[in-house]
Design a protein around this ligand. Sequence first.
Ligand code: SF4
Length: 282
Amino acid sequence: MPPDELTAARQDLTADCGRCVGLCCVVPAFAASADFAIDKPAGTPCVNLLPDSRCGVHGQLRERGFPGCVVFDCLGAGQRVTQDVFGGADWRDDPATASAMSAVFPVMRQLTELLWHLREARTLVAPGPLRDEVEQRLAAVEALAAGRADELAALDAGAHRREVGDLLGRVSEAVRRDVPGRARDRRGADLVGAALRGAALRGASLRGAYLIGADLRGADLRRADLLGADLRAADLRGADLTGALFLTQPQLTAAVGDPSTSLPAALERPGHWAPAPGARRR
Ligand code: SF4
């Protein structure tokens, strides 16, 4: 499947805030930190949330101390919960609806992430037993995501994550097996702040690696497996992520990059990344 077809196949995994009731601004708890300017208990609306479910500081999130909101992406969970599960209801309607939505939203967010990865996995393997397994798992997760509120609230999403994670690991291994000059795997490695400028990481598994603040300028990350890698503030300027596996838009948005960063074809360049040297900021 060409990259533009993968983008189209993920269309329903794109947040549509106009069809949501601000669930990401209500359901999670925030702890005052570099990501959020305030403490907020779970299940209570953020002080910046407007009555029409828009954010009152949307255009100034970083300046106002909410960069964590820029990075967050529900991958379409918000509109699924609001429209498909609750038929357009609002958590403001009554406490029971608010409580039920709070229970369902985190589960749906996990399912939409699994769908994101499984739809990519389907494009990576040739027809055969492994591809069949991906297709079956994808159909199963789609069915779970279409469940009723009580079914979703009772779902053990963690168990499904583990099973899908195992399958994605086998897909990853099959894809990376023949990568020329494949670098050694650093799965789950603590690489916080690591000096990896120009590092040869082609085809490596960096699954679940902690790359917070790592210097990855000019690194070769082609066909690297980045499932769940923590890329917050990692410097990807000039890095080559062509064909990188299982990377999500929120991971990318949390990193630092510029126009010289080469991206997997189905991902978008974050709008806040630095412009090319000499380019004028608008
Ligand atoms: S600052 Fe805006 S985007 Fe962030 S939680 Fe509050 S209302 Fe939502």
